[in-house]
Ligand binder design. Structure first.
Ligand code: ADP
Length: 477
């Protein structure tokens, strides 16, 4: 089925306001005018009926007292009937009790019998008045009552009055109304035009201000009306947020370029030195240089892999592969994988589970998050140190704590370590193969599980990371 669609011109607020003001200006006047005509006609007809009936009543009294019905040639009454007929631009008929027309001012029905429903009703003592729309006439029928106690109906007076005067009045007023509506339409159009321009002007100004915004820091403010002030404020807030995102994106890109360039520069220096030495390079030196180049390639690979992990986690709408997993087993596996590195660094790796924990997580992403924490605990440690991993849970969350006896993190760096490429000691971190992306990856992965991470550290004593994650994955609404 084809849906009704509003023509595009009505999408304009200016057009809508114009039409609205125009309708508000025209409809009430037109409606009131139409109503006035109806009421006027009704009232005029009812006034006519009242005056005709009272006139008929007077006539009836005269007819009875003069005995006109048995002597219809009486000039006094006949002249009166003629005069009344002229006043009403109509006709008067006097009927006797056999419905025979005694007098007709049009002199057409005199002598004839008139079987007319309202005349019959009048003979029964009932007055009536009817309006004939076709001939524009109002007709009343009034009984002629005899005098005295127990008197009967002696005849009927029928008065027909032309209502042409009413039609003339109505047509005059109609012309007046059409003229007024036309004048009102012109006034309403002008008012509608100006009000639509006036009311939408602040929006036009706002749109121009947004369009003419020269640089990213420039604030837009159109405070003509409360609404545009509010829109301006919201626009500035959104733009500030976008500027921040843009700045952080630019910083990220420049960091990435720098990080990727460093191993390449080292490789180039190493390769150039080898070439400049010509053919007399000893094999051992060659091997040494090649080892260094391999090391730089490994580093470049690690940076790229970390970046890829981060980008994958960062993508909005990234789908998590959530499954109920045994967290104890997951941690055991991680410990197994990291034990060789711990042994190499002569760091003791201990795990303590307070209870069996099953939780809904994305195993790959969550393992990566915890692995980074344990790996850091090993990397930034000292010979003979320890990394202690513990797992606990309540009815809502599970808690993982990674505690080490390493070098610790200075207080002023604590709130920056989750930033991409942030390293407390750049050269030291580079030496031990850090990319500065590990904790950013960890934070992203934990955020995706609607969890929280906190860090406590003391330089020279060690660092503790506390992770809290809901046991059941909370779906985004
Ligand atoms: P990196 O790859 O350099 O380790 P991370 O994002 O994992 O990057 O960590 C950022 C920085 O935080 C590290 O360079 C290091 O200086 C510091 N850091 C992280 N974990 C620890 C820890 N357990 N002990 C001491 N310093 C740490």
């Amino acid at each position: 089925m084809k849906r009704f669609s509003i023509p595009t011109i009505f999408n304009s607020l200016r057009v809508r306001i114009f039409i609205l003001v125009l309708l508000v200006g025209l409809i009430p006047g037109t409606l009131i005018g139409g109503l006035f005509f109806q009421m006027y006609q009704k009232k005029a007809l009812s006034n006519d009926a009242v005056s005709m009936t009272s006139q008929a009543q007077l006539l009836s009294n005269q007819i009875v007292t003069t005995g006109y019905l048995s002597n219809p040639t009486m000039d006094a009454i006949n002249n009166q009937l003629m005069a009344l007929g002229n006043i009403y631009s109509g006709r008067i008929m006097i009927l006797n009790s056999s419905l025979q027309v005694v007098n007709d001012t049009y002199d057409i029905y005199t002598g004839r019998t008139m079987v007319w429903q309202n005349a019959i009703l009048a003979l029964r003592g009932k007055r009536s008045s009817t309006y004939d729309n076709d001939s524009h006439c109002q007709v009343i029928a009034v009984p002629i009552m005899g005098t005295g106690v127990g008197s009967t109906v002696e005849g009927v007076i029928v008065i027909t009055k032309s209502t042409d005067y009413l039609e003339q009045n109505v047509s005059f007023y109609t012309r007046l109304l059409v003229f007024s509506v036309l004048v009102a339409a012109i006034i309403a159009t002008i008012v509608a035009l100006f009000s639509s321009i006036y009311l939408t002007d602040p929006l036009r100004k706002l749109s121009a201000a947004i369009l003419n915004r020269q640089n990213s820091g420039e604030q837009v403010m159109v405070s003509d009306v409360a609404e545009t002030t509010e829109i301006s404020k919201h626009f500035n807030e959104v733009m500030t947020r976008m500027d921040e995102i843009d700045a952080s994106r630019q910083e990220f890109v420049s960091n990435v370029s720098h990080e990727l360039k460093t191993p390449l520069t080292s490789m180039k220096v190493l390769a150039d030195s080898l070439t400049s030495m010509g053919d007399e390079v000893p094999v051992e030196l060659y091997r040494d240089f090649m080892d260094d180049i391999t090391h730089e390639i490994d580093r470049e690979t690690k940076i790229i892999n970390d970046l890829l992990s981060l980008v994958r986690l960062d993508k909005s709408g990234v789908t998590l592969n959530i499954e109920a997993k045994n967290i104890n087993e997951m941690l055991e596996q991680l410990m197994k994988r990291l034990r060789p590195i711990a042994e190499k660094n002569q760091v003791e790796l201990v795990m303590e589970s307070f209870r069996p924990v099953t939780a809904e997580v994305d195993e790959v992403k969550f393992s990566l998050a915890i692995m980074n924490l344990i790996e850091n605990g090993i990397k930034y440690n000292q010979q003979g140190g320890y990394v202690h991993v513990s797992l606990n849970a309540d009815h809502q969350y599970f808690f993982i704590r990674v505690e080490d006896s390493g070098m610790g993190i200075p207080e002023d760096s604590l709130n920056r370590i989750f930033e991409r490429f942030y390293r407390v000691d750049k050269s030291h971190s580079r030496e031990i193969g850090g990319t500065g992306l590990g904790l950013a990856i960890t934070k992203n992965a934990i955020d995706m599980h609607h969890g929280q991470i906190q860090v406590h550290s003391m330089v020279g004593e060690g660092t503790t990371f506390d992770v809290r994650v809901p046991l059941s994955y909370i779906k985004e609404s």
